[in-house]
Design a protein around this ligand. Structure first.
Ligand SMILES: *[C@@H]1O[C@H](CO)[C@@H](O)[C@H](O)[C@H]1NC(C)=O
Length: 166
């Protein structure tokens, strides 16, 4: 008499877990994250201080990206310095890292860094990204018009973003 072959366990289902997104804590006061460009030539370059002059904000390598607390001010977690906009008569406004957060115009629109409608700059989200003297970096300027710094190679209408809202 022939016995049937042993039944193979056809349904070997390894237990697996679906990673549930962690919701942001209710009532979180400020967003913390890295800030980066999303379009060439600054695609996935990250906001940080120029290593040769830490007053100058630049977009540079991810390895040296800083984390920022983003509210009405933007403050580096690494250096505790604030991202300020320098008053200028040109339509491009230089950025600077300083000990005091004098610029309270910042805001987020989705994952996009903006200056808010009620601020002295109005709602702006465009930046000029200009090649720095240090080839690994791009200098950033808030762009409120069509002026560009003379003698620099710049890309206009750049926006800067949180990688994710988390
Ligand atoms: C660093 O950059 C700031 C802002 O552009 C400038 O005022 C300062 O003179 C620079 N410092 C040095 C040592 O180059």
């Amino acid at each position: 008499m022939h016995l049937p072959p042993p039944l193979l366990p056809l349904l070997l289902l390894a237990p697996f877990a679906l990673a549930a997104p962690t919701p942001a804590p209710a009532g979180a006061l400020a967003t913390v994250g890295k800030i980066r460009g999303v379009s060439t030539p600054i695609y996935h370059l990250y906001l940080q201080a120029n290593a040769k002059n830490t007053s100058i904000p630049v977009l540079g390598p991810e390895a040296s990206a800083e984390d920022f607390t983003i509210g009405a001010t933007i403050q580096s977690k690494q250096t505790a310095r604030f991202l300020n906009i320098v008053a200028a008569s040109t339509s491009y406004k230089p950025l600077v890292f300083e000990a005091a957060g004098t610029t309270t115009a910042w805001g987020l629109e989705g994952d996009t860094i903006i200056t808010t409608t009620g601020s002295s700059f109005g709602r702006q989200l465009n930046f000029l990204a200009c090649k720095s003297a240090d080839s690994t970096y791009y200098d950033l300027y808030l762009q409120t018009g069509s002026d560009t710094p003379s003698g620099k190679t710049c890309s206009n209408y750049q926006t800067i973003h949180l990688p994710c809202l988390c």
